[in-house]
Design a protein around this ligand. Structure first.
Ligand code: LLP
Length: 431
């Protein structure tokens, strides 16, 4: 979790900075990232592979939270980058992220996106479908330019939070089905291509995964295929990309593994499989998003109205909600919170926390124990670093929140709060 503590005034601090000072300086709602935590998460993966003496790339899945400052930190930590759109690529270029370490994803990459990726020299394109193969074929020939690609396959394992289920793979919009001829057909289209260099396979089995079994099964499936292609076509994969999905703790109900444990499990299984199938040991790539930034940020809100319904439930409302964190409304996601200015006050008031959007489903947390809470108090919601800001919206015309980085007791604004002027920037008059 974020390095949070309580200071002499009974205020919550993050990265050594008083959250109430941050609120006074930057307003609410406010995302505060503990940069030290981001670095520690990144290093757990990078060092994990290094300790085992394995060649690897840890690509930060920038969809979890993309901004110039964030990508600068990712770059400082030696991460690679997973992008899924022109906008994410544009942000990476603005952050001067090394292009050769950018991997491009997407189930519907446009010709324009692929062209932009090639012009800038993006390191790898993760090929998703036959239409895309056609487009890359045309572009590489038109530009007389080669490109490295991975083939994205669905290994028939779909992980859902605590467990995983085997699925009939046709039920995914991503990648080539490994169990029928599609993956092989795509492989054959690429393997001897003059410009497209097939480096290996990619799969992503799901998100917020707490066990290693799903990853292990995915590795086995991929090696069944690699073994076959090795035998029949003498193909050797240079790279195996196992995607992201490493789970984090949102509330005490969650029991994630240490990040190194995922690394160990992957490396062990890949070593075994490479031996068994008599193929060379590939470089391992992963794409964590949530596990890098999820537990590195809190969101600070100001409390406003209160509604007490006797024998039913209490509601307190804050000045944000589904516009800065849609995960509770969308996935029934659970969060934990504290009152940042009353850290030494007993938690004896049960209440639910509502957002301020005009929508009953705009709830952040159901039934949480807090100190007696009143208008003007500051609520801190933990572990909002992933898929919070990045999925935020302008519903009800709320300007987007500000984002601050804290490190070594210092704070720095990294995304400005939007203004009303920003909201109408693209509106044109119709008189
Ligand atoms: N790689 C691929 C190909 C992915 O599709 C994803 C996530 C990741 C990596 C990163 O997964 P992570 O390590 O962050 O779990 N909006 C949802 C999560 C959607 C994830 C989509 N793909 C949420 O808020 O939980």
């Amino acid at each position: 979790r974020e390095s949070v503590e309580v200071n002499d005034q009974g205020h919550l601090t993050i990265g050594g900075v008083d959250t109430i000072d941050l609120v006074n300086k930057y307003g609410t709602p406010l995302f505060v990232y503990d940069v030290e935590r981001i670095r520690k998460n990144a290093r757990a993966f990078v060092e994990g592979f290094k300790k085992l003496g394995v060649k690897a790339q840890v690509a930060y899945a920038s969809k979890a939270f993309s901004s110039i400052a964030m990508l600068q930190v990712a770059k400082q930590e030696g991460l690679s980058l997973d992008i899924v759109s022109e906008g994410e690529l544009y942000t990476a270029l603005k952050a001067n992220f090394p292009v050769d370490k950018i991997h491009m994803h997407g189930n519907n990459k446009s010709k324009k996106e692929l062209e932009m990726a090639m012009q800038h020299g993006v390191g790898c394109i993760v090929v998703d479908n036959f239409h895309e193969i056609e487009l890359i074929d045309q572009l590489t020939k038109a530009y007389d330019q080669s490109i490295d690609v991975l083939l994205r396959v669905t290994p028939g394992i779909e992980a859902h939070t605590h467990d995983y289920i085997l699925t009939g793979n046709e039920d995914s919009k991503f990648g080539f089905d490994i169990s029928n001829q599609q993956a092989e057909q795509a492989f054959l289209a690429l393997k001897d291509h003059d410009y497209i260099r097939l480096k290996g396979l990619h799969c992503h089995i799901g998100s917020q995964i707490f066990e290693t079994d799903g990853f292990i099964m995915a590795v086995r499936r991929l090696f069944d295929t690699l073994g076959k292609w090795h035998h029949e076509y003498q193909f050797e994969a240079d790279v195996l990309n196992l995607g992201g999905g490493f789970g984090i703790r949102y509330t005490d109900e969650d029991e994630p593994l240490e990040l190194e444990e995922y690394v160990h499990a992957l490396v062990d299984e890949i070593k075994q499989q490479a031996n068994q199938k008599d193929v060379s040991f590939p470089e391992i790539w992963i794409e964590p998003g949530r596990a890098i930034v999820g537990n590195a940020a809190i969101t600070l809100y100001e409390v406003g109205s209160k509604k007490e319904i006797p024998n039913v439930r209490n509601y307190i409302s804050v000045d944000g909600g589904m516009t800065d964190n849609i995960r509770p409304a969308l996935y029934n996601a659970k969060y934990d919170a504290v009152v940042a200015n009353k850290m030494n006050v007993e938690r004896d008031y049960e209440t639910s926390i509502a957002g301020k959007c005009c929508e009953s489903g705009d709830m952040l947390i159901w039934d949480v124990l807090l100190p007696d809470i009143t208008a003007g108090d500051i609520l801190a919601v933990f572990s909002t670093g992933a898929y919070g800001y990045s999925m935020s919206s302008h519903y009800n015309r709320f300007p987007k929140a500000a984002v601050v980085f804290v490190e070594n007791g210092k704070d720095q604004l990294v995304i400005k709060r939007e203004t009303y002027e920003d909201l109408v920037r693209n509106d044109l008059s119709y008189e």
